[in-house]
Every structure is written in C-alpha cells, then in structure tokens.
Design a protein around this ligand. Structure first.
Ligand SMILES: *Cc1c(COP(=O)(O)O)cnc(C)c1O
Length: 458
C-alpha cells in the first residue's frame, strides 16, 4: 500500500477488537521484582493481597507467566461503547512541521472520562462485582481515574469512594461533579476521615496533598470496611495488562495498513498507558522478532525515570502499601504544586522500571512550558485539545519529527494521545497568560526524597 493511501483514521471492525489482554511479563527474561510485605521484607503472597485487592486481580498481579488473559464478555461489551479507538495519521501536524517523518497517534480520549483509564476501570470494577463486593475505594490525582472508575461503577451498580488529591479537588471542581453525577463520593485528601490522613495533616498542615497520601487513605478505608476493596488506576501489573488493549489495537491497525512504527512514544506517570501501548511491540522486541525505539516521556518536575533511583520503595506516603522495586523519587517526594498536569506520582510501574533498567527503552524529561507549546501546536494543527499529560508525548513526537527533518529520515513515529484537556483549562489559562513556570527540583530536593527510601537490599 502506498503511503499516501493511509487513511487519516484507521478503525478496527468491531469483530477485530482483541479478545484477550497481553501480559508483557510473560516474555521478559528478567521479571519485574516482586512486591514485598513492608513488615517482613518477604514477597507478598496472594493471601496477603486479597484483603486489599479483588481475588481475580491478585491473580493477574502475581502472574508473570501467562501471556494472554481472555477478556470477559461483559468487559468486551462495555469496550464496544467507546472502542475501538482510532489510530490517526497526523497529516496536518506533519504538514505544519514540514517533516518527512510520518506521525501516528492512538487516541484514547473518546469517552466521557476523557482518557485511557476507563480500559482498566471497567475491568477492575467487573472483578469486584463478580466477587460480590459492595464497592471499591481509590485515589485520584488530576481526576481522570476517579471519573473513569465512577463511570464503571455506575454501569455495574457498585459503590465508589474516591480520595482526590486536595489541590485537584480545589482546582478541578468540574471533574469532581462528573464523578458525583456518576454516583461516587469524593473526599479531598489528605482528609480527617482516616487515621493516615489525620497523621499526614498533623505533620504537614496546609499540604496540597499527593497521590501517595490519597492512596494511603483509600487503602485504609478499603481494609477497614467489609465488602470493599482498593483499586488503583496505574503502576500495578494488572493495570498494564488491561491497558494492553491500546497496543494490541494499535498493532492490529498498523498490520492492516502494512506499516511498522520505528519510534514509539508515551507519557509516563505510573506507566500504564505507556506499558499498554508498547506491550505487543515490546513483546516482539523481547522475543527478538522486531526492534523498536521506545521512549517514555516524563515531566522535568517529577523525573522518576531520568533522575530517580531503582530501588524498593513504598507506593504511598503513609507507608502502609507494599514495597515495589521501581524507579522512584522516594515516597516522601511531593511534586511542586505549580506543576499543571498529572504524572505526579513519585514511582513507576515495576515492569517498565525493569525494562528501562535492562536497556529495552529510553526515557526523557520535558519542561512544562515546552509541553504546552507542543499542546498548542497540536491543537491548532490536528484540532484536538490534548490533555497536559498526553502533551508530554506530543512534545517528544514533535522533537523526533523535527530531528527527521534535519536528517531527511522518513521514520514512522507513533505516540499515545491518552486524553483530552477540557478539564485542564486552568493550566491552559496559565500558559496563555504567560504565567506558566518550569519547576525542576534541585539535587538537594531529590536527596530529601531519597533519604526516606526503606533500607532493603534486593
Ligand atoms: C492518568 C493519565 C496519564 C498517566 O498515567 P499512566 O499510568 O502513566 O498512563 C496520562 N494521560 C492521561 C490523559 C491520564 O489521565
């Protein structure tokens, strides 16, 4: 097929939507390090995890060997409401950049929650329902995960309690109201409703909160209330597994077009969209069947991959969650409140951390104003208003396309457009008013976070 025949959008037929999730860990020679019990320092067992997580999700979390998990029919039905998502050839952006590169993006913002998070939210809510639970608890940062989970819980008739990072609760009242419309209860975190929240508030009065704090609160409520479990929107292996639907669809669409991406780019907060997007491609790379350049893009203000340490750390600020071996800035690291987008988590998926450590992917950090410059250019050329998180990937894709312009290379660049930015207009306002700043933590700032790393030799 000649290049100019590639349609602007490629959709799979409904019957071509993948019927199984792909578990990247099955093809990893070096598996991600196991989660540890913070009390004993030993790998967590399924029995220890089931008071926190749903049974089926615990199985998925701990399974490093099964390559494919069939997607239950009920989840496939739900997926049909907003999937397949389009693979878009960014002809208009290419033209503006005057690049010989061919830019593609997989657009995950075409549902009310506005992001890819719904792919895992419906799966996690489904397994909670199947187990006969009353409800689930969770945290949300920028609000996309809470919104996605609220939608999924409303669909299945589950109760949903969301702890929302305080600064987002205050700055993003509209997301809060979407969640409440879907029937969720939303509490700003840290709150006085939990022991850990009260402790964090006593130690840091006036804190604007962090994902780490909100996780601690949600876990506490789940474990103290019968019939509730905790669910998490990123970082965990199970979430990457569900998000593999993004990559599987993308790969199938590329195969239909007879095109192979050379460079695959995704923004990285906890790693779920990137892990999902790259899954089948990384699988080929791990099996030695194909090679791709894979790039994780993170904010310079929260640089887990590029300046973090590969070490065991807590996933939450309250230090009640399991220890995970990952690239981390320390669970006490609280990103600057003037950082506009999501991607604020101190750690990173253990799977992606291992792959990065073993040299299977690259990472780069980008500054906030250059991210919004890219967002603006994308909005003006491709029409879609991107989420600030997604715009990190756009920045890197544009930079790679501009590099191709210098070298004359016609590379195929793929990036994940994880969501839309309609609820992020405060950040766009800052940018448009010229008031956006770039915050880059100093080495001393980072040293404070590292000082709090648990002492574990593993
Ligand atoms: C949550 C979110 C991200 C980052 O989370 P990952 O787990 O790293 O994918 C990126 N983009 C959007 C739109 C999000 O909502």
């Amino acid at each position: 097929m000649s290049e100019n025949k590639v349609p602007y959008k490629t959709y799979l037929e409904e019957n071509e939507i993948p019927k199984a999730w792909y578990n990247l860990r099955a093809d990893m020679k070096v598996k991600p390090a196991p989660l540890l019990n913070p009390g004993t320092g030993k790998p967590l067992t399924a029995e220890e995890l089931t008071p926190i997580f749903c049974e089926e999700l615990v199985k998925q979390e701990l399974d490093n060997d099964t390559a494919y998990f069939p997607i239950p029919d009920d989840i496939l039905e739900f997926y049909k409401m907003y999937r397949p998502s389009p693979l878009v050839r960014a002809y208009c952006l290419e033209k503006v950049l005057d690049t010989p590169a061919k830019i593609y993006y997989k657009f995950e913002g075409n549902n009310t929650s506005g992001s890819h998070k719904l792919n895992s939210a419906i799966a996690q809510a489904f397994y909670a329902k199947k187990q006969g639970l009353k409800g689930v608890t969770t945290e949300t940062g920028a609000g996309q995960w809470g919104t996605a989970l609220s939608m999924a819980c409303a669909y299945l008739g589950l109760d949903c309690k969301v702890f929302m990072v305080k600064i987002s609760y205050e700055q993003k009242p509209f997301r809060r109201e979407v969640m409440r419309t879907y029937g969720a209860s939303v509490t700003p975190s840290p709150s006085m409703e939990t022991e850990v929240g009260r402790k964090i508030l006593a130690e840091h009065p006036g804190t604007t909160g962090s994902l780490g704090c909100a996780i601690s609160e949600a876990v506490e409520v789940a474990t103290k209330n019968p019939g509730y479990r905790y669910v998490l929107g990123s970082v965990l292996n199970q979430v990457l597994l569900h998000q593999s639907i993004i990559g599987l669809e993308t790969k199938a669409a590329f195969d239909k077009l007879g095109v192979k991406p050379d460079i695959i780019i995704g923004c990285a907060g906890g790693g779920s969209n990137l892990g999902g997007l790259i899954a089948p491609f990384m699988g080929e790379k791990l099996r030695g069947e194909a090679d791709y350049r894979i790039i994780a893009v993170e904010p310079a203000s929260c640089p887990s991959f590029t300046r973090g340490k590969f070490a065991y750390d807590f996933c939450d600020t309250g230090m009640i969650c399991p220890l995970a071996k990952m690239y981390t800035l320390g669970s006490g690291f609280i990103p600057s409140p003037n950082h506009a987008g999501g991607l604020r988590f101190h750690g990173m998926s253990t799977t992606l951390s291992q792959l990065y450590h073993d040299g299977f992917m690259e990472a780069r950090a980008v500054e906030q104003t250059s991210v919004f410059e890219a967002a603006e250019l994308f909005a003006r050329s491709e029409g879609l208003l991107p989420a600030p998180e997604s715009s990190h990937a756009i920045r890197a894709a544009i930079d790679e396309a501009l590099r191709c312009k210098e070298t004359g290379e016609e590379k195929n660049i793929l990036f994940g457009l994880t969501g839309t930015g309609y609820f992020d207009l405060k950040a766009y306002e800052q940018y448009n008013d010229g008031k956006m700043t770039d915050y880059i933590p100093t080495d001393e700032d980072l040293a404070k976070g590292f000082a709090g790393l648990p002492k574990i030799d593993a």
